[in-house]
Design a protein around this ligand. Structure first.
Ligand code: NI
Length: 249
């Protein structure tokens, strides 16, 4: 079930049978010469939207702007500051918790978001801790590549040239969902170099075409479809486990 395609009446009915909601979360940032700017929010969205076709789970709107300051040297990238991102996650959680959602699972598509999502969770829990009251909700961060079996499959599909940014696995997922948007380019070198992540100008100088350690030319829509099918199954499982988790009080 998709929240944005539901009415408030339908969400009220859903709350009678489940208190769990999934929020796909990512980033809008350059993904090399052939990767779509939306890759990091599209991947969790594609997986979550696929998962809800075969499971009674609720998927919220995609939180699609994240921690991308280091990619701002490339056109089309949009970033929040960590403080804005953390505050916005807080407002999303308070909105959903106010309606009665007790388990909020963020399905993440961008490694650079992890630290700030965890900081947002700490901030939200701290509000309850300092007030000596229960939070009333539990939060969970799951990266789509950490869903059951997914990184093993990606490793098997792409034994070399996977890298860490503009990876063939994430590009394959978007190719499967949006075949009309597949791009091609000649890569030089075929597998990009690796290095540290700092500010935008440093990043652009270190990684001139935007890739990090990857060969996106290995991506195919078929491989993307295999990843989506496995990840969607893993997400349904993760939602089920999280939903069953007992509250101590
Ligand atoms: Ni990415």
């Amino acid at each position: 079930m998709l929240l944005h395609q539901s009415t408030w009446i339908e969400i009220g009915q859903f709350l009678e049978r489940s208190r769990t909601v999934v929020i796909p979360i990512g980033s809008n940032e350059q993904h090399g010469p052939t990767g779509l700017l939306g890759t990091d929010w599209m991947c969790p969205e594609i997986i979550a939207h696929h998962a809800q076709k075969n499971a009674d789970i609720l998927i919220g709107p995609t939180f699609n702007i994240g921690m991308a300051q280091h990619h701002l040297g490339f056109a089309g990238t949009i970033s929040l500051r960590p403080s804005t991102f953390i505050a916005a996650i807080g407002d999303w959680v308070h909105s959903l918790a106010g309606h009665g959602f007790e388990k909020i699972l963020f399905l993440n598509g961008h490694g650079g978001n992890i630290a700030s999502i965890e900081a947002a969770f700490s901030q939200l829990y701290a509000e309850a801790s300092f007030a000596r009251r229960p939070a009333g909700f539990a939060l969970k961060l799951v990266n789509w590549w950490d869903l059951e079996g997914v990184s093993a499959l990606a490793h098997k599909q792409f034994p070399t040239g996977h890298g860490s940014h503009a990876t063939p696995s994430e590009i394959a997922v978007t190719q499967w969902a949006y075949p009309e948007a597949i791009k091609s380019a000649a890569y030089s070198p075929q597998i990009a170099g690796s290095g540290p992540i700092r500010e935008a100008l440093d990043f652009r100088a270190r990684f001139p075409d935007g890739r990090m350690g990857s060969d996106p030319g290995l991506a195919t829509p078929e491989k993307g479809g295999e990843l989506v099918a496995l990840a969607a199954k893993g997400l349904a499982q993760a939602v089920d486990t999280f939903s069953r988790e007992q509250n101590p009080s």
